[in-house]
Design a protein around this ligand. Sequence first.
Ligand code: ADP
Length: 348
Amino acid sequence: MIEVRNLVKRYGDKKAVNNISFTVEKGEILGFLGPNGAGKSTTMNMLTGYISSTSGQILINGVDILENPIEAKSNIGYLPEIPPLYVDMTVDGYLNFMYDLKKCKLSRKAHLKEICDLCKISHVRERLIRNLSKGYKQRVGLAQALINNPPVLILDEPTVGLDPNQIIEIRTLIKKLGRNHTVILSSHILPEIQAVCDRIIIINKGVVAADGTANEIANKLTNEHKMTIRIEGTSHTASDKQEITNALKSLGGIKYVRADMEREKGIYDYDIEADEKTDVRRAVNALCREKGWNILMLQLSDMTLEDIFLKITSGDIASVQERISDEAKDAVAGMEMIFGDDKEEGEE
Ligand code: ADP
Protein backbone atom coordinates (compact mmCIF):
# COMPACT_ATOMS: atom_id res chain seq x y z
CA MET A 1 0.00 0.00 0.00
CA ILE A 2 2.81 2.42 0.92
CA GLU A 3 6.39 1.97 -0.20
CA VAL A 4 9.16 4.31 0.88
CA ARG A 5 12.55 3.81 -0.71
CA ASN A 6 15.75 5.53 0.37
CA LEU A 7 14.00 8.72 1.32
CA VAL A 8 16.22 11.73 2.02
CA LYS A 9 15.31 15.31 2.93
CA ARG A 10 17.94 17.97 3.31
CA TYR A 11 17.44 21.41 4.75
CA GLY A 12 20.64 23.14 3.63
CA ASP A 13 23.48 21.09 5.08
CA LYS A 14 21.20 19.28 7.50
CA LYS A 15 19.71 15.91 6.64
CA ALA A 16 16.36 15.89 8.47
CA VAL A 17 15.57 12.49 6.95
CA ASN A 18 18.49 10.29 6.03
CA ASN A 19 17.83 7.32 3.77
CA ILE A 20 14.64 5.90 5.26
CA SER A 21 13.00 2.84 3.67
CA PHE A 22 9.90 0.95 4.80
CA THR A 23 6.67 -0.51 3.50
CA VAL A 24 3.22 -0.48 5.03
CA GLU A 25 0.75 -3.18 4.10
CA LYS A 26 -2.98 -2.79 3.58
CA GLY A 27 -4.94 -2.68 6.82
CA GLU A 28 -1.90 -2.08 8.98
CA ILE A 29 -1.64 0.58 11.70
CA LEU A 30 1.94 1.77 11.73
CA GLY A 31 3.26 3.95 14.51
CA PHE A 32 6.05 6.37 13.85
CA LEU A 33 7.79 6.98 17.13
CA GLY A 34 10.62 9.36 17.81
CA PRO A 35 11.63 12.30 19.95
CA ASN A 36 10.94 15.84 18.83
CA GLY A 37 13.16 16.74 15.90
CA ALA A 38 13.59 13.09 14.83
CA GLY A 39 12.15 13.72 11.37
CA LYS A 40 8.59 12.41 11.79
CA SER A 41 6.73 15.43 10.45
CA THR A 42 9.21 15.85 7.62
CA THR A 43 8.60 12.23 6.60
CA MET A 44 4.83 12.61 6.88
CA ASN A 45 4.91 15.81 4.85
CA MET A 46 6.79 13.95 2.12
CA LEU A 47 4.39 10.98 2.31
CA THR A 48 1.44 13.30 1.77
CA GLY A 49 3.17 15.19 -1.02
CA TYR A 50 3.11 18.41 1.00
CA ILE A 51 6.86 18.83 0.57
CA SER A 52 9.14 17.14 -1.94
CA SER A 53 11.97 14.81 -1.06
CA THR A 54 15.60 15.55 -1.85
CA SER A 55 15.96 12.01 -3.16
CA GLY A 56 14.28 8.63 -2.87
CA GLN A 57 10.84 7.48 -3.85
CA ILE A 58 7.37 7.21 -2.30
CA LEU A 59 4.69 5.01 -3.84
CA ILE A 60 1.13 5.23 -2.55
CA ASN A 61 -0.91 2.32 -3.84
CA GLY A 62 1.75 1.91 -6.54
CA VAL A 63 1.56 5.57 -7.61
CA ASP A 64 4.62 7.83 -7.28
CA ILE A 65 3.75 10.86 -5.16
CA LEU A 66 5.98 13.22 -7.13
CA GLU A 67 5.33 11.87 -10.64
CA ASN A 68 1.60 11.59 -10.25
CA PRO A 69 0.68 13.71 -7.25
CA ILE A 70 -3.05 14.15 -7.81
CA GLU A 71 -3.70 10.43 -8.24
CA ALA A 72 -1.39 9.50 -5.34
CA LYS A 73 -2.92 12.12 -3.02
CA SER A 74 -6.44 10.95 -3.83
CA ASN A 75 -5.52 7.81 -1.89
CA ILE A 76 -4.57 9.76 1.25
CA GLY A 77 -6.50 11.36 4.07
CA TYR A 78 -4.20 13.61 6.09
CA LEU A 79 -4.60 15.02 9.56
CA PRO A 80 -1.67 17.36 10.23
CA GLU A 81 -0.62 18.07 13.80
CA ILE A 82 -2.68 21.25 13.75
CA PRO A 83 -6.02 20.34 12.11
CA PRO A 84 -6.66 22.47 9.02
CA LEU A 85 -9.99 23.92 10.15
CA TYR A 86 -11.85 27.07 9.18
CA VAL A 87 -13.08 28.00 12.60
CA ASP A 88 -15.69 30.50 11.42
CA MET A 89 -17.53 27.74 9.59
CA THR A 90 -19.97 25.31 11.14
CA VAL A 91 -18.90 21.68 11.20
CA ASP A 92 -21.44 20.93 8.52
CA GLY A 93 -20.39 23.88 6.35
CA TYR A 94 -16.74 22.88 6.64
CA LEU A 95 -17.28 19.21 5.82
CA ASN A 96 -19.41 20.11 2.81
CA PHE A 97 -16.69 22.50 1.68
CA MET A 98 -14.06 19.74 1.99
CA TYR A 99 -16.38 17.35 0.16
CA ASP A 100 -16.48 19.79 -2.79
CA LEU A 101 -12.73 20.45 -2.59
CA LYS A 102 -11.98 16.74 -2.80
CA LYS A 103 -14.43 16.40 -5.72
CA CYS A 104 -16.05 13.57 -3.84
CA LYS A 105 -18.50 11.52 -5.93
CA LEU A 106 -20.02 9.48 -3.11
CA SER A 107 -23.57 10.32 -2.07
CA ARG A 108 -23.06 13.58 -0.17
CA LYS A 109 -25.72 13.19 2.47
CA ALA A 110 -25.11 9.53 3.26
CA HIS A 111 -21.31 9.80 3.14
CA LEU A 112 -21.10 12.83 5.45
CA LYS A 113 -23.59 11.26 7.82
CA GLU A 114 -21.57 8.07 7.95
CA ILE A 115 -18.36 9.98 8.71
CA CYS A 116 -20.02 12.18 11.34
CA ASP A 117 -21.47 9.11 13.04
CA LEU A 118 -18.10 7.38 13.00
CA CYS A 119 -16.31 10.42 14.44
CA LYS A 120 -19.17 11.05 16.85
CA ILE A 121 -19.74 14.63 15.77
CA SER A 122 -23.30 14.27 14.46
CA HIS A 123 -24.68 16.26 17.40
CA VAL A 124 -22.35 19.23 16.77
CA ARG A 125 -22.81 19.56 13.00
CA GLU A 126 -24.56 22.92 13.30
CA ARG A 127 -22.04 24.37 15.78
CA LEU A 128 -19.32 26.86 14.85
CA ILE A 129 -15.96 25.08 14.86
CA ARG A 130 -14.38 27.83 16.96
CA ASN A 131 -16.73 26.99 19.83
CA LEU A 132 -15.82 23.32 19.97
CA SER A 133 -13.42 21.81 22.48
CA LYS A 134 -9.99 20.71 21.30
CA GLY A 135 -11.07 17.08 21.28
CA TYR A 136 -14.03 17.81 19.06
CA LYS A 137 -11.92 19.97 16.75
CA GLN A 138 -9.58 17.00 16.40
CA ARG A 139 -12.53 14.77 15.48
CA VAL A 140 -13.66 17.28 12.86
CA GLY A 141 -10.08 17.22 11.49
CA LEU A 142 -10.24 13.45 11.35
CA ALA A 143 -13.66 13.58 9.67
CA GLN A 144 -12.21 15.83 6.96
CA ALA A 145 -9.42 13.28 6.40
CA LEU A 146 -12.02 10.56 5.90
CA ILE A 147 -13.97 12.34 3.19
CA ASN A 148 -13.89 10.43 -0.11
CA ASN A 149 -12.95 7.28 1.79
CA PRO A 150 -9.18 7.30 1.13
CA PRO A 151 -7.48 3.92 1.68
CA VAL A 152 -4.54 5.54 3.49
CA LEU A 153 -4.78 7.75 6.58
CA ILE A 154 -1.81 9.75 7.79
CA LEU A 155 -2.19 11.25 11.25
CA ASP A 156 0.50 13.50 12.70
CA GLU A 157 0.50 13.47 16.52
CA PRO A 158 -3.29 13.03 16.59
CA THR A 159 -3.68 13.23 20.37
CA VAL A 160 -1.36 16.13 21.21
CA GLY A 161 -3.01 18.52 23.63
CA LEU A 162 -6.03 16.32 24.35
CA ASP A 163 -7.17 15.37 27.83
CA PRO A 164 -7.02 11.70 28.91
CA ASN A 165 -10.66 10.96 28.03
CA GLN A 166 -10.32 12.56 24.63
CA ILE A 167 -7.12 10.58 24.05
CA ILE A 168 -8.91 7.30 24.75
CA GLU A 169 -11.71 8.26 22.38
CA ILE A 170 -9.38 9.20 19.54
CA ARG A 171 -7.34 6.03 20.06
CA THR A 172 -10.48 3.90 19.92
CA LEU A 173 -11.53 5.66 16.77
CA ILE A 174 -8.13 5.16 15.12
CA LYS A 175 -8.24 1.45 15.93
CA LYS A 176 -11.67 1.24 14.40
CA LEU A 177 -10.47 3.06 11.30
CA GLY A 178 -7.63 0.55 11.04
CA ARG A 179 -10.16 -2.09 10.03
CA ASN A 180 -10.75 -0.45 6.68
CA HIS A 181 -7.75 1.79 6.20
CA THR A 182 -3.99 1.68 6.20
CA VAL A 183 -2.99 4.07 8.96
CA ILE A 184 0.29 5.76 9.75
CA LEU A 185 0.39 7.81 12.89
CA SER A 186 3.23 9.63 14.52
CA SER A 187 3.85 10.29 18.16
CA HIS A 188 6.64 11.07 20.55
CA ILE A 189 4.73 9.26 23.29
CA LEU A 190 5.48 5.58 23.64
CA PRO A 191 2.27 4.34 25.34
CA GLU A 192 0.31 6.11 22.64
CA ILE A 193 1.92 4.05 19.92
CA GLN A 194 1.83 0.84 21.97
CA ALA A 195 -1.91 1.27 22.57
CA VAL A 196 -2.88 1.72 18.95
CA CYS A 197 -0.33 0.30 16.54
CA ASP A 198 0.36 -3.15 15.13
CA ARG A 199 3.83 -2.19 14.17
CA ILE A 200 6.29 0.43 15.27
CA ILE A 201 9.06 2.23 13.47
CA ILE A 202 11.36 4.09 15.81
CA ILE A 203 13.06 7.01 14.14
CA ASN A 204 15.84 9.07 15.57
CA LYS A 205 18.00 11.75 13.98
CA GLY A 206 16.45 11.03 10.59
CA VAL A 207 17.20 7.30 10.49
CA VAL A 208 15.16 4.19 11.28
CA ALA A 209 16.47 2.85 14.57
CA ALA A 210 14.07 -0.08 14.94
CA ASP A 211 11.19 -1.63 12.99
CA GLY A 212 8.89 -4.42 14.16
CA THR A 213 5.88 -5.20 16.29
CA ALA A 214 6.06 -3.91 19.85
CA ASN A 215 6.58 -7.47 21.06
CA GLU A 216 9.16 -8.30 18.44
CA ILE A 217 11.20 -5.28 19.30
CA ALA A 218 11.00 -6.16 22.98
CA ASN A 219 11.79 -9.85 22.30
CA LYS A 220 14.81 -9.06 20.21
CA LEU A 221 16.14 -7.04 23.06
CA THR A 222 15.44 -9.55 25.77
CA ASN A 223 18.09 -9.61 28.39
CA GLU A 224 19.27 -13.20 28.44
CA HIS A 225 21.60 -12.44 31.30
CA LYS A 226 18.80 -11.21 33.60
CA MET A 227 16.07 -13.48 34.87
CA THR A 228 13.77 -14.45 37.69
CA ILE A 229 13.65 -18.13 38.70
CA ARG A 230 11.28 -19.77 41.18
CA ILE A 231 13.05 -22.69 42.81
CA GLU A 232 11.61 -25.25 45.18
CA GLY A 233 14.19 -26.60 47.64
CA THR A 234 13.93 -29.81 49.57
CA SER A 235 13.06 -28.60 53.09
CA HIS A 236 10.38 -25.96 52.29
CA THR A 237 11.77 -23.72 55.02
CA ALA A 238 13.70 -20.45 55.05
CA SER A 239 16.95 -22.43 55.14
CA ASP A 240 16.30 -23.38 51.49
CA LYS A 241 16.48 -19.69 50.66
CA GLN A 242 20.01 -19.29 52.00
CA GLU A 243 21.27 -22.55 50.54
CA ILE A 244 19.86 -21.85 47.08
CA THR A 245 21.11 -18.24 47.08
CA ASN A 246 24.63 -19.37 48.00
CA ALA A 247 24.65 -22.16 45.42
CA LEU A 248 23.47 -19.81 42.66
CA LYS A 249 26.12 -17.26 43.63
CA SER A 250 28.80 -19.90 43.30
CA LEU A 251 27.98 -20.49 39.61
CA GLY A 252 30.47 -18.89 37.20
CA GLY A 253 29.54 -15.55 35.61
CA ILE A 254 26.88 -14.57 38.16
CA LYS A 255 26.92 -10.90 39.17
CA TYR A 256 24.24 -10.99 41.83
CA VAL A 257 21.47 -13.16 43.24
CA ARG A 258 18.62 -11.80 45.33
CA ALA A 259 15.87 -13.87 46.87
CA ASP A 260 12.57 -12.14 46.35
CA MET A 261 9.19 -12.84 47.93
CA GLU A 262 8.09 -16.14 49.33
CA ARG A 263 5.67 -17.34 46.66
CA GLU A 264 4.52 -20.56 48.28
CA LYS A 265 5.55 -21.96 51.64
CA GLY A 266 9.35 -22.06 51.63
CA ILE A 267 9.49 -21.36 47.88
CA TYR A 268 11.12 -18.15 46.70
CA ASP A 269 11.75 -16.24 43.48
CA TYR A 270 15.43 -15.51 42.82
CA ASP A 271 16.42 -12.50 40.70
CA ILE A 272 19.66 -13.30 38.94
CA GLU A 273 21.93 -11.10 36.90
CA ALA A 274 24.86 -12.69 35.09
CA ASP A 275 27.66 -10.97 33.23
CA GLU A 276 26.45 -9.42 30.00
CA LYS A 277 26.14 -11.94 27.13
CA THR A 278 26.36 -14.82 29.63
CA ASP A 279 23.41 -17.20 29.53
CA VAL A 280 23.39 -19.13 32.79
CA ARG A 281 20.07 -20.95 32.31
CA ARG A 282 21.62 -24.34 31.60
CA ALA A 283 24.05 -24.07 34.50
CA VAL A 284 21.16 -23.23 36.85
CA ASN A 285 19.21 -26.18 35.49
CA ALA A 286 22.14 -28.54 36.04
CA LEU A 287 22.61 -27.24 39.58
CA CYS A 288 18.95 -27.82 40.43
CA ARG A 289 19.04 -31.35 38.98
CA GLU A 290 22.14 -32.14 41.00
CA LYS A 291 20.59 -30.82 44.23
CA GLY A 292 17.15 -32.32 43.65
CA TRP A 293 15.48 -28.87 43.48
CA ASN A 294 12.59 -28.07 41.16
CA ILE A 295 12.45 -25.06 38.87
CA LEU A 296 8.82 -23.94 38.98
CA MET A 297 9.24 -20.84 36.79
CA LEU A 298 11.96 -19.10 34.79
CA GLN A 299 11.39 -15.73 33.23
CA LEU A 300 13.87 -13.60 31.34
CA SER A 301 13.58 -9.92 32.16
CA ASP A 302 12.32 -8.13 29.08
CA MET A 303 13.36 -4.61 28.36
CA THR A 304 10.29 -2.45 28.21
CA LEU A 305 9.78 -0.37 25.12
CA GLU A 306 10.55 2.56 27.35
CA ASP A 307 14.01 1.06 27.97
CA ILE A 308 14.49 0.49 24.25
CA PHE A 309 13.37 3.98 23.40
CA LEU A 310 15.74 5.47 25.94
CA LYS A 311 18.57 3.31 24.68
CA ILE A 312 17.93 4.28 21.09
CA THR A 313 17.40 7.95 21.68
CA SER A 314 20.41 8.20 23.92
CA GLY A 315 22.49 7.45 20.85
CA ASP A 316 23.16 3.74 21.28
CA ILE A 317 21.54 3.01 17.94
CA ALA A 318 24.17 0.71 16.49
CA SER A 319 23.89 -1.83 19.25
CA VAL A 320 20.12 -1.90 18.98
CA GLN A 321 20.12 -2.25 15.20
CA GLU A 322 22.60 -5.06 15.46
CA ARG A 323 20.24 -6.99 17.66
CA ILE A 324 17.09 -6.50 15.62
CA SER A 325 17.13 -9.21 12.96
CA ASP A 326 15.92 -8.88 9.40
CA GLU A 327 13.10 -11.21 10.30
CA ALA A 328 11.73 -8.57 12.65
CA LYS A 329 12.16 -5.90 10.03
CA ASP A 330 10.25 -7.96 7.47
CA ALA A 331 7.48 -9.04 9.79
CA VAL A 332 4.63 -6.89 8.63
CA ALA A 333 1.59 -8.64 7.28
CA GLY A 334 -0.92 -11.03 8.72
CA MET A 335 -1.09 -9.57 12.15
CA GLU A 336 -4.32 -9.89 13.99
CA MET A 337 -5.66 -6.64 15.23
CA ILE A 338 -7.40 -6.35 18.50
CA PHE A 339 -9.99 -3.68 18.62
CA GLY A 340 -11.18 -1.96 21.73
CA ASP A 341 -14.81 -1.44 22.42
CA ASP A 342 -16.34 1.85 21.53
CA LYS A 343 -16.58 4.30 24.32
CA GLU A 344 -19.90 5.92 25.04
CA GLU A 345 -20.38 9.20 23.27
CA GLY A 346 -19.02 11.92 25.52
CA GLU A 347 -20.65 15.23 26.13
CA GLU A 348 -18.73 18.39 25.65
P1 ADP B 1 9.68 15.73 14.34
O1 ADP B 1 8.41 15.79 13.57
O2 ADP B 1 10.14 14.33 14.57
O3 ADP B 1 9.63 16.51 15.62
P2 ADP B 1 10.74 17.30 12.16
O4 ADP B 1 10.51 16.46 10.96
O5 ADP B 1 9.80 18.42 12.41
O6 ADP B 1 10.84 16.37 13.44
O7 ADP B 1 12.21 17.92 12.09
C1 ADP B 1 13.37 17.16 11.80
C2 ADP B 1 14.57 18.10 11.77
O8 ADP B 1 14.50 18.94 10.62
C3 ADP B 1 14.66 19.01 12.97
O9 ADP B 1 16.02 19.16 13.32
C4 ADP B 1 14.10 20.32 12.46
O10 ADP B 1 14.67 21.41 13.14
C5 ADP B 1 14.52 20.30 11.00
N1 ADP B 1 13.56 21.02 10.15
C6 ADP B 1 12.26 20.73 10.01
N2 ADP B 1 11.67 21.57 9.11
C7 ADP B 1 12.65 22.42 8.69
C8 ADP B 1 12.68 23.52 7.77
N3 ADP B 1 11.61 23.90 7.07
N4 ADP B 1 13.86 24.14 7.61
C9 ADP B 1 14.98 23.74 8.27
N5 ADP B 1 15.02 22.72 9.15
C10 ADP B 1 13.87 22.06 9.35
